[in-house]
Design a protein around this ligand. Structure first.
Ligand code: ZN
Ligand code: ZN
Length: 377
């Protein structure tokens, strides 16, 4: 806290005191901010925007780091199912509380935090059952509301998690995607010490799932088409890697498990599910579990349904980062998961467009692009 956060000078925006803007805060907040605004497919514009006002129960966050997600890329291509334009993307972020709206006492200006991105209604049957991530009227920061490809973002105070002093903002921007992996691996798959887990896919979520499963004490095999990503997986501590371009995944996993198969398969490819889910049914043991973490671009896949019956297989979905921020912050702070292996590229906010393109081109050696809207001292 109090690390001398300062906004970069951008065209001398007028300073307005927080008190005059009807919110309480310790640091002067500029009236205008720089933001990367998506107006449609491939139409990302760097603009001056009014700094959002934190409403009742909200805080204004000065964004120190915002990671670029694969779903941002879908939005950038104009193919995200929910997004309406214009929109400020960005749902994997961390920063410093700049001001708080009325009624907020849980956090004070200057606090270093990261934030959950779901905006549940709080009133529907799923919210009442505690499954706010499955809210019937769920909205999400960065898609249904403006996100953190900007110097400031307004966030409900209840979404915030304080950061240990040792955790960098860039590492804290990884908490959300790692929490997505954690929810799948721990809550939905129930992975525990001694279990055998196969992770299909080495995107950030697949790598995160493998790292979390290892941290939970599981034996982990991971598959990919990319050697560079398999090397990252090895450095994260996975036990076995399979490049499916060169090796038969099913034969290899059965060989590694003495013909029985793994206890759990985590599907995290995010495409080609017609292929990967069939492989999953072949490498999971009898009475085993398949958890689907990857997104379904085609929204359907063909399953060997007889195998589900005859071998008593089960399949579960996993959505979002529900109740996983705290455990993930602990995993990062304790060193059980090394964030530096994910943080391959950091860019200023005005390079958001090139950052998205780098991700789109699947540049070798790149895992996560981290934007740094506000330079921190
Ligand atoms: Zn994401
Ligand atoms: Zn709800």
């Amino acid at each position: 806290m109090g690390r001398g956060v300062r906004a970069r000078a951008r065209g001398a925006p007028a300073e307005t005191s927080p008190a005059r803007r009807g919110i309480s805060g310790g640091t002067p907040v500029t009236a205008q901010m720089q933001a990367a605004v998506l107006y449609g497919g491939h139409d990302l514009r760097l603009e001056q925007r009014p700094v959002p006002q934190p409403g009742p129960g909200e805080v204004l966050l000065r964004v120190a780091a915002c990671a670029v997600c694969g779903s941002d890329l879908h939005a950038y291509h104009g193919s995200h199912p929910r997004i309406r334009f214009p929109r400020i993307l960005g749902h994997e972020f961390a920063g410093t509380v700049a001001a708080v709206g009325s009624g907020v006492s849980s956090v004070a200006p200057g606090a270093r935090v990261c934030a959950e991105v779901d905006l549940p209604c709080g009133a529907c049957s799923q919210c009442h059952a505690g499954r706010t991530h499955l809210c019937l009227r769920l909205r999400t920061l960065g898609f249904d509301a403006d996100g953190a490809y900007a110097e400031y973002v307004a966030v409900p105070a209840g979404n915030l998690h304080p950061l240990p002093p040792t955790l960098s903002f860039a590492a804290a921007a990884l908490v959300q995607p790692l929490a997505v992996a954690y929810h799948g691996v721990k809550h939905q798959a129930g992975v525990a010490t001694g279990q055998k887990v196969a992770v299909l896919g080495t995107g950030p979520i697949g790598l995160g799932a493998a790292a979390v499963a290892r941290a939970l004490g599981a034996w982990v095999v991971i598959s990919s088409t990319r050697d560079a990503r398999l090397e990252v997986a090895q450095r994260l501590g996975v036990d076995e890697t399979v490049n499916v371009r060169r090796e038969d995944l099913v034969a290899r996993v059965l060989e590694l498990t003495h013909g029985e198969g793994v206890d759990t398969v985590i599907e995290a490819v995010g495409g080609l599910q017609d292929e990967t889910l069939q492989q999953a049914t072949q490498i999971v043991r009898r009475a085993g579990l398949i958890v689907v973490l990857g997104t379904f671009p085609s929204k359907r896949a063909t399953l060997r349904i007889a195998e589900f019956k005859d071998r008593e297989l089960a399949m579960r979905g996993s959505r979002g980062d529900h109740q996983a921020f705290g455990p993930v912050i602990d995993l990062l702070a304790s060193g059980a998961v090394d964030p530096s292996l994910f943080i391959t590229t950091t860019l200023p906010l005005d390079q958001a467009g090139p950052g998205l393109q780098m991700l789109d081109e699947k540049r070798a050696g790149l895992v996560k692009v981290i934007l740094q809207p506000v330079v921190t001292g």
